[in-house]
Design a protein around this ligand. Sequence first.
Ligand code: F6R
Length: 259
Amino acid sequence: MEVIVKKDYEQMSRLAAQMIADVVRENPRCVLGLATGSTPLGTYKELIRMHKKEGLDFSQAASFNLDEYVGVKPTHKQSYWYFMYHNLFRHINIPLENVHVPDGTAADVEAHCAWYDDEIERWGGIDIQILGIGGNGHIAFNEPGTAVFSRTNWVALDKRTIEDNARFFKRKSDVPRFAITMGIGTILEARRVVLLANKASKAEAIAATVEGPITAIVPASALQLHPNCTIITDRAAAGKLKRKYGSTPRKLPKVRKKK
Ligand code: F6R
């Protein structure tokens, strides 16, 4: 697990966007794993800028989102489909037929979840998965107590997650109680994982994820099992880490050839 601590949200977002852009440039037919929430918004803004100003081309790329509320239509303003369309998809040239967000209105939710995992496989697996983290350590909607090798599934949302998300709804009682989420096992199958965290409210969860034991109480701690996982934070979210971490991706020094 590599930890990179950037000065602020802008720098964190720029680095994450750069990592995604590198994957897109290296393999235009790449599969991106995407998250919603406030954390990746800066990253999406930077990707949109790169698309518009630098010609970053998503025309052959595909994407899979982490999660969606059960019972919420894609047209609902709080649906994750709506979020992704307005904050990213409509501003870049990714073909909409290549984007996947779990269907919260699926008639058979369990069959849909199994299909979603199969579909990720059919597209060749996720090349780079972007994650945010909940204050309780959740990744996607995998709440504390989720098994490390869980697959895409429907879940009941944690009390704290409902409270955290209440700000997006008129009333707390409007927050959906269930969601479809990629499993932790599904996330661990991505070739590369990048988790982003900013603000002091994430500091405890980040410390537990990076420096604590792997435990179901902190779902993000399962990322310690991933061979290619990068955690990028701002200084506030790194505030409770015990060790010091670098501010740039690690790089092997060039070996000088002997004459
Ligand atoms: C969203 C998701 C969630 C969020 C997490 C942090 O697709 O999977 O796990 O990443 O709740 O949310 P924000 O970024 O709003 O703090």
